[in-house]
Ligand binder design. Structure first.
Ligand SMILES: *Cc1c(COP(=O)(O)O)cnc(C)c1O
Length: 362
């Protein structure tokens, strides 16, 4: 009954939910979740206002073309509306890209480790994923080139990379892009793109019209604080966008998500606040880790991968018992590391105190 290549599938392992931890360990005090790279500052006020207004129209189907939102995004990025595809999270746009570009027996490339969903979507489409180990915590672009074949259809690069937070420079990406064959599509997954503040970063929109095409993916789940609504988008050449729009469900993005996202885009003060706080706290946490003798990976995202120089699992568990949820990284091949999302200043202070306590006690 079931396709053989789906038999080994396991559900995506999300960060531990707060209520689950409360039940399992009987914790009564506050619980801090720094495990899923969510925005700790709450949703933008303007989005909340738009939500209550939009709620009055919920007897109607959503706008199937999400026209106003796509127009706002097109304006923001200086592209055409016909080059923007919105989805139920950027995850849906990823899935649509795989459906549109890759058939059974064809291949896609990703780093190892990287975002697990790339592999799932490719495998579910009957394709094959090939993995290139990271090199010094970064995408090994030369390694990618050595695995490109005539079967390769998609190349995934999370940028910043999850879980290291590393980025690619424009110069390096440009030189690499020139060596790629026609017939592949490069997907730059910038779920954390807003958090980059290194000016040397690759600028994906400068590849507009170039071959092979570079698709930019972004989301409202992280910097815009709307993870619970499920909305993300891709910017890509018109021809590809029109195929994605043709194969998706007609009402893939609900009314509330469309309206809240549009309001969030207008709430520039919110985004500025989130980014400034994240940058400050990223510096502070990085320095604090170094002062504790730990090795943080330099991050351009809203999380930090930190090498404890010892098995990380007991530290992860001891933090859980103290009401702090971070992410252990064995499954990603970093058994001595934790990935910590950057929380509010107050959450980060508590986390650092508990970490110090745990490391001192083990
Ligand atoms: C969080 C994340 C996403 C975002 O997915 P949404 O479906 O937009 O919530 C995409 N890619 C990576 C690498 C992520 O970590």
């Amino acid at each position: 009954m079931i396709k053989p290549y789906l038999r080994s599938f396991k559900p995506y392992p999300p960060g531990k939910p707060v209520e689950e931890l409360r039940r399992e360990l009987g914790i009564e005090g506050p619980i801090i979740k720094l495990a899923s790279n969510e925005n700790p500052f709450g949703p933008p006020k303007k989005a909340l206002e738009a939500l209550s207004k939009a709620a009055e129209t919920l007897n109607r189907y959503p706008d199937p073309s999400a026209y106003e939102l796509r127009r706002a995004l097109a304006q923001k990025f200086g592209v055409k509306e016909s080059e923007v595809v919105v989805g139920n999270g950027s995850n849906e746009v990823l899935d649509l890209l795989v459906k549109a570009c890759l058939g059974p027996g064809e291949e896609a490339l990703m780093s190892d480790p990287s975002f697990l969903m790339y592999e799932k979507f490719v495998t579910a489409a009957g394709g094959k994923i090939k993995k290139i180990p990271l090199k010094n915590g970064k995408h090994d672009l030369e390694g990618y080139l050595s695995l490109v074949s005539e079967k390769t259809r998609l190349i995934f690069l999370d940028h910043p990379h999850n879980p290291t937070g590393s980025i690619l420079t424009h110069e390096v990406f440009l030189a690499w892009h020139r060596k790629l064959p026609e017939g592949v599509v490069v997907v730059l997954d910038e779920a954390y793109g807003e958090f980059i503040n290194d000016p040397a970063r690759v600028r994906p929109l400068l590849f507009k019209g170039e071959r092979p095409p570079v698709v930019l993916l972004r989301t409202f789940s992280k910097a815009y604080g709307l993870a619970g609504l499920r909305i993300g988008y891709g910017i890509m050449e018109e021809e590809l966008a029109s195929v994605l729009n043709a194969i998706r469900q007609p009402f893939n993005v609900n009314t509330l998500a469309q309206e809240a996202a549009r309001a969030a885009l207008e709430d520039e003060n919110y985004l500025r606040f989130v980014l400034e706080k994240t940058w400050e706290e990223r510096k502070r946490l990085t320095r604090a880790f170094q002062e504790m003798g730990l090795k943080p990976f330099p991050s351009q995202a809203n999380f930090i991968l930190v090498d404890l120089g010892r098995e990380a699992r007991p530290v992860y568990e001891a933090l859980l018992r103290r009401g702090v949820i971070v992410r252990s990284m064995e499954a990603y091949g970093f058994p001595t590391c934790l990935r910590v999302s950057i929380g509010t200043p107050q959450e980060n202070t508590i986390f650092l105190e508990k970490l110090q306590e745990v490391l001192g006690g083990l």
